[in-house]
Structures are given as C-alpha cells and as structure tokens.
Design a protein around this ligand. Structure first.
Ligand code: MLT
Length: 404
C-alpha cells in the first residue's frame, strides 16, 4: 500500500493566495455586477517590455530553422544569460557565471532549495513571511507540528510594530535563516548595517542565509542593499534568489535565478564541508531541464540599454501606485509601512479588526481585494497587505472607494 508524505496533511489545506482567490471568486459569482479591485496577489498587469517580446519572436524564429534550432539547453541556464546577469546585476561583487543558476522563478527555487539541506536543520523564518518558506519547510519535515497557527520546530523572527518590522537576531543557534528584502509582505527594508549583522550572525554560527531579493529593483532609497553580496563575508554564508517576474512582467513568462557562490558550504554528517553550489548543480541537472531558450533570450533583453529603460518604466509605474495606496491608507488613518522601496503596502487594520474580518469588510463593502496579513504568519494578524501591481486608474478608483 502506498503511503503519503504525512507532512502534507499537517499543513493548512490551501495555499494562501489560492484561498484568497477562492473567496474572491465565490463573492464574484454571488455578486455578478460587482466591480472588484484586485490588490491581493502581487501579479503584474502591464504587458511584457517590447524588447522582451522582440527577443522572444526572434528566438522563436530560430526554432523553425534546422541550423538554429535548439533542443535541451543547459539545466543551469545558457551562458549568454548567466554572463549578462553577472555583468549587469553583480558587477564588482565578485560573482561568477557558474555561480548563477537560471530557473523558472524564485518561487520554485526558494521552495526547492530545501532539497539540499538535512531535515535536522534548525530553520528561522521572519514572521510574517512569503508563505512558500514555511510551507516548503513543513513539507520537507523541518517544521514539526502545526499548533495554534505556528510550527513547533521553526524559529519565528517576529516583525511587528515594536521592532519597526526589523527582525532581531535569534537568541538560539539556528542553521538556516530566510530573509526577504525588500520584504514581502511588509515592504520594509534592511540597511547595510542591519544586513551586515545577519551576515555576522551567520559567520559566527556557521548558518546559511537564504536571501530572497525578488523585489530589489523596487528600491528607491540609498543605503538599502540590492544584493546580500554587497556585505563583506556574505559570499561564504549566503544564497540569493532573484526574479524577472515583478521587474520585467514575467509572472506568466517565468524566469528567475539563484546565486550560490562556490564558497558557500555546509557540513556532511562526517564533518566534511560540502559546496552547496555543487549540490544544487546536482539537484538541478537531475530534476530540472532548464528554462526555454525563447524565455532566456527575453530575460537577456532586459539588460540592453533599451531593455533597462523599459524595465525602469514598469518599476516606476508600480511604485507610483504604491505611493497612491500608501497615502490613501494614511489619510483614512491607518498605520502603514512599505510602499517606498517595495510594491507592497502593509497596513494595520482599523479598530483592532482581525485580518480576515478586514479582508471581508473591504471585499464586501468596497469590492477591494487585499491579502490578510495573518496568512503570512501569526505576527501578521491585525494587518493586511495591498499590492501595487495594477492599473493606475483602477488603483485610483480603489483609493476613492477607501476614502468614501
Ligand atoms: C505575492 O503576492 O506575494 C507574490 O506575487 C506571490 C508569488 O510571487 O508567488
């Protein structure tokens, strides 16, 4: 008789964004005339930059000629893209092309990275956090039991008003730390000094930092690191995840990458220090067959001067939405963070309402969809997240409704 991975029945039945989508579609089917403003999941609405579409069409055309047709590509990405990434995103940070692994996005990589770590590692995750980190550690058996909304074996790094949503270093020794900055869901950032203290913690405790930098392109302020490798010593202790989803509109096209410097090592049971780059390479060559050539050419196109200009324009558009949302929420008296270096605005619910109650109020009374903060972790209770990915006129209409 086949047995299931029991961990799957311990996790909450639905993934956060699927549950939000289910509730919204139920409401929409019961209220067919409702004009619903969707500010829940961070899904882009502007089309792909022209440079990307042109590059895809050219690459697609190559597929019809025997001389230029491509079959299986390298699992870790074509050299042209890995080189473009290193030259453009990591110039002067000392990252090499064979330390970059191209993938179908940061969700897959942050979810799959657990494959190369032992189930016995002590894992620390900021709370609230992008649900993939917690859910995949639970699936992998590193989280323990789910009791009263928390996992018994995870170390939660609480981010709330009392610490300005900046996590304190763990009091106990942990092996793996997930950090996402600019942060999803709170939109907050770490300064270079704050991030350096995490690198210092990892060095002292021989921990690994899994640094999700999917939103780095949205940083507008100085002294906010775009990459963890800007911090001295990070190349020995950190893995970084990046994505084209939000910056270049690739949520449906799918492309991202993970940087694993060859100097990042963890121990085997026999005490040998093993390169994580080597393990991830082994994992990817076995379980992944690479991102399509056509899509990798589109990603490469974002680095041309015209590509950069078009990507910047997308980022600016969404950040203007973020400003509008932030100001509207402030003017109705809500306490907010985020929206300055990130496309998410994190707001405290009014009158002590729970996250789901305020979600229901906004959906049913204002026809606005947000994401309940508690869905990102227990410390998110009493907050909701608004996504700035949307049409600016629709966002303006949503803010008018909030103010009315
Ligand atoms: C979010 O809304 O947090 C993200 O769009 C979800 C994702 O990137 O998977």
């Amino acid at each position: 008789m086949p047995y299931i991975n029991e961990n799957f029945i311990k996790i909450p039945a639905a993934y956060l964004f699927s549950e939000v989508a289910r509730r919204v579609s139920q409401y929409a089917s019961e209220n067919p005339g409702a004009d619903i403003m969707r500010m829940g999941i961070g899904d882009v609405t502007l089309p792909l930059p022209d440079v990307c579409v042109d590059a895809m069409m050219k690459a697609a055309d190559e597929q019809r000629k025997v001389e230029t047709f491509r079959g299986y590509g390298p699992e870790q990405g074509y050299d042209f893209l890995r080189k473009a990434i290193v030259e453009n995103d990591f110039a002067s940070l000392g990252i090499e092309a064979d330390e970059v692994f191209v993938s179908d996005g940061a969700k897959s990589d942050t979810g799959n990275i657990g494959d190369i770590f032992s189930g016995s590692n002590k894992v620390a995750i900021t709370d609230p956090s992008y649900p993939v980190y917690v859910d995949t550690n639970a699936m992998g058996g590193r989280a323990g039991e789910f009791v009263n909304g928390c996992w018994t074996d995870l170390v939660y790094l609480t981010c709330n008003e009392s610490n300005q949503f900046i996590p304190d270093l763990p009091e106990e020794k942990v092996d793996i730390v997930y950090l996402c900055y600019p942060n999803n869901p709170t939109g907050t950032t770490l300064t270079k000094d704050q991030l350096a203290s995490w690198v210092g913690y990892a060095q002292e405790n021989r921990a690994i930092i899994l640094f999700d930098a999917a939103y780095e392109a949205f940083i507008t302020e100085e002294d906010v690191p775009h990459s963890i490798y800007e911090i001295a010593g990070a190349k020995e202790v950190a893995i970084e995840f990046r994505s084209y989803s939000k910056t270049a509109g690739f949520t449906g096209t799918r492309c991202g990458y993970t940087v694993i410097p060859k100097s990042v090592k963890a121990s085997s049971e026999s005490g040998e220090r093993v390169s994580l780059n080597k393990l991830w390479h082994r994992r990817q060559t076995t379980k992944f067959n690479g991102v399509s050539y056509v899509v990798q050419r589109a990603a490469e196109a974002t680095y041309s001067p015209e590509g950069r200009r078009q990507v910047d324009e997308l980022v600016r558009y969404y950040m203007e939405n973020a400003r509008v949302i932030r100001e509207a929420l402030q003017s109705i008296g809500l306490s907010v963070v985020g929206g300055v270096n990130a496309p998410y605005v994190w707001a405290k619910t009014p009158d002590g309402m729970s996250s789901w109650d305020y979600f229901d109020f906004l959906l049913k009374k204002k026809n606005i969809v947000c994401t309940p903060g508690v869905g990102f972790g227990a410390s998110g209770e009493g907050f909701v997240r608004f996504s700035a990915f949307g049409d600016k006129d629709r966002i303006a209409e949503a803010t008018r409704r909030m103010l009315s």
